[in-house]
Write a protein that binds this ligand. Structure first.
Ligand SMILES: Nc1ncnc2c1ncn2[C@@H]1O[C@H](COP(=O)(O)OP(=O)(O)OP(=O)(O)O)[C@@H](O)[C@H]1O
Length: 309
């Protein structure tokens, strides 16, 4: 049995519209499935956990119908059930999960792909683990990536912005992140950041952002770490520092092509255990969802999450 967890409000209501199309196709093909709607923020995690406990072996796959936030919540709910296959039908504004895992981004091709996939094409991928705060109490998982600093602020601002909804209506949701970035560019205060990667300490001055990624993309198609692979057992770190706001603005465009990595101001590091700290706490997002502020410790669970792709 396939289980669909639908976020009806993702992509400003795109979730519901896409689900109706998907449901029609499932009924037409007489595919056995059950579907559940998320009722508020955080509900995706609860639903996934309860459904996994209840149905366990009977589940062919749990499929998110939503954006990266919905994927993030479900992945967290399934953290104790890594063998239950997971996939997604994109209905958000960013949809980086589909990009990073090579899934079709249009709903019916994505559904066809899922229904045509046999269990032999199931594969195991790395899961990122985060611990927030000095006491490392706030634990959670991420599948795409973590953003600390400027892009944490951008995610926070975008998730609250009215123009995100408006742009989603015109299928221009990814523009929302660019608009927020431009709005915050001249207000953001950079600071010194200490990053420890597998015991080695690096100090960076005037840091804009630290991205720690499992896949190349974030922020709706920005190729922030082109060489990130979700099954290499490593976390990829990208530090952007010592740039003037106008230089960040120029660099922003090049991130979609991954060309920013050629800049001296961009430092890439790989490792299994990453710590990020600074004097002033920095806003942190995980898969685009705001999870709190730094300091943050990140580790990796190698090839544990089964993805149906
Ligand atoms: N019924 C609901 N009412 C309000 N919010 C909800 C509901 N169900 C889920 N949510 C919240 O909706 C938020 C947005 O979901 P999601 O990220 O999937 O869509 P998006 O923001 O449009 O896409 P993306 O993250 O790809 O930009 C999530 O933070 C989730 O917690």
């Amino acid at each position: 049995m396939y289980i669909f967890i639908v976020n009806p409000v993702s992509g400003n209501g795109k979730g519901l519209k896409i689900w109706k199309k998907v449901r029609k196709e499932l009924d037409k093909r007489q595919v056995p499935y059950r579907s559940f709607f998320t009722k508020q923020a955080g509900h995706g995690t609860e639903l996934a956990k309860q459904l996994a406990e209840l149905y366990q072996e009977k589940i062919t796959a749990i499929i998110a119908v939503g954006g990266d936030g919905t994927v993030h919540e479900i992945i967290n709910g399934l953290s104790k059930y890594p063998r239950i296959p997971f996939s997604a039908i994109s209905a958000g504004s960013g949809n980086d999960f589909a990009r990073g895992f090579g899934l079709p981004r249009r709903p019916l091709p994505a559904l066809n792909h899922i229904l045509a996939t046999s269990s032999s094409s199931l594969a195991r991928y790395d899961m990122g683990v985060y611990h927030l705060g000095h006491k490392r109490k706030g634990k959670g998982y991420f599948i795409n990536g973590i953003g600390v600093g400027f892009d944490g602020e951008v995610a926070k601002y975008t998730n609250q912005a009215r123009y995100k909804k408006w742009l989603n209506t015109f299928k221009l949701g990814i523009l929302a992140y660019v608009i927020s970035a431009l709005k915050l560019l001249f207000k953001y205060r950079t600071q010194e950041v200490i990053i420890r990667v597998d015991g080695q300490e690096y100090t960076f001055r005037d840091v804009w952002l630290v991205a720690i990624c499992n896949i190349p993309y974030y922020g709706g198609g920005m190729k922030i770490i082109p060489q990130a692979r979700p099954n290499d057992g490593l976390l990829n770190v990208c530090v952007v520092h010592q740039l003037k706001p106008w230089q960040v603005m120029l660099a922003l465009g090049s991130v979609y092509l991954g060309w920013h990595t050629r800049l001296k101001a961009v430092k890439l590091i790989k490792g299994e255990m990453i710590q990020v700290s600074s004097e002033e706490p920095m806003t942190v997002h995980a898969d685009g969802e705001i999870i709190g502020t730094s300091p943050i410790l990140l580790t990796i669970e190698k090839r544990t999450r089964t993805i149906w792709r």
